[in-house]
Design a binder for this molecule. Structure first.
Ligand code: L14
Length: 335
């Protein structure tokens, strides 16, 4: 079997570490691995398949001989280094927001549009975590009866922001219990025992960038610019695992029983919908979970084709690292 030289850019971050773990767990055919990060983190040792690997500084020249470069070091690092990596011969799978909406960059969720991968010009974008976990369960419904409109509200964990945000939530929780003063550095307000209706920066239209990412990316992935969609993105004091309240209006009618059987047969989805046993998706049960969990399926009682559902997924895995590596798995079939 052919083996590939893989680089992970942002190797010391929460998504980078999850990428390394996922490459191991899924037995990705890695020949050599290169772990890259900013100069500040260079020298850190991370183990891969029982071997300790030293993290190197990500800069031009290091991508020589690299087949696939997995980027998760933020938009600025991607904008600066991804074109360099491409020039040095790598195919970049980028987890940041830098290139997602570029027309010549495929935006891929392998369960939905794997055929786009072959259209890449060196860069393939991984969608936003909140987009991914919403489109995976909506795809079979979209194909079966059509979707006219989506209203989504997210309940996003702090791990999406990174390790400093996890630390901030833990510190604030401890300080609160000890009746000490709470300090906020990562978020504009206290996140412990609070919810923040802001993720990423505000745009001119008064939506946050996170909300607009969900709108634009969903249309691009479904290849449907007429799709009516609106989002509210909220940060909650959860360490890991994003949840979403997803409301859809379908074009044609679909009964809940049919919807259940559709989702039961959808790859990448796990239906947990037994209210009689209090079973429904929860962020804490997404810990070792690759699938998107879906439950609380119910009809909108006030309108004909409205459906409510509750979705939870591990934002570091399916929302980021796993989706990126699934893209890589598809990519190596064609390179
Ligand atoms: O991938 O949770 O565009 O703060 C940027 C914001 C990921 C989540 C992205 C967060 C998002 C992140």
């Amino acid at each position: 079997m052919k083996r590939f030289n893989v680089a992970v850019v942002g190797a010391t971050g929460v998504v980078g570490r999850e990428m390394i773990k996922t490459l191991e767990q899924r037995n990705f055919p890695v020949n050599k691995i290169k772990l890259l990060a900013t100069e500040r983190s260079a020298g850190t040792e991370i183990s891969f398949r029982g071997e300790k690997i030293k993290v190197e500084t990500a800069k031009s020249g290091v991508f020589d001989g690299v087949d696939i470069a997995l980027f998760s070091a933020g938009s600025n690092a991607s904008k600066e280094l991804a074109p360099i990596a491409v020039k040095e011969g790598a195919v970049v799978i980028d987890n940041s927001n830098a290139f997602r909406m570029d027309t010549d960059v495929p935006l891929v969720v392998p369960e939905i549009n794997p055929e786009k991968i072959k259209e890449h010009n060196g860069i393939i974008a991984n969608p936003n975590c909140s987009t991914i976990q919403m489109v995976v369960p909506l795809k079979p419904i979209y194909d079966e009866v059509g979707i006219d409109r989506i209203i989504v509200s997210t309940y996003q964990a702090v791990s999406g922001t990174g390790k400093d945000a996890i630390e901030e939530l833990l510190q604030q929780t401890k300080a609160y219990i000890n009746k000490e003063e709470l300090t906020s550095r990562v978020y504009p307000y206290q996140i412990a025992f609070n919810v923040l209706p802001q993720i990423d920066v505000f745009e001119e239209n008064n939506y946050t960038r996170e909300e607009m990412k969900i709108v634009h990316e969903t249309r691009k992935i479904f290849n449907d610019n007429d799709l009516k969609i609106t989002a509210t993105a909220v940060r909650v004091p959860v360490i890991n695992g994003h949840s979403e309240s997803v409301y859809i209006e379908t074009k044609e009618h679909i009964c809940i029983e049919k919807l259940r059987s559709l989702l039961r047969n959808t790859k990448g989805v796990k239906l947990i919908d037994e209210v009689e046993n209090l079973k429904y998706p929860l962020p804490i049960i997404t810990e070792n979970e690759d699938d998107v969990l879906v439950g609380r399926l119910r009809k909108d009682l006030s309108i004909k084709n409205g459906i409510n559902m509750w979705v939870a997924a591990n934002n570091l895995r399916k929302g980021a690292a796993l989706n990126a590596i699934q893209i890589a798995e598809e990519l190596i079939k064609i390179i």
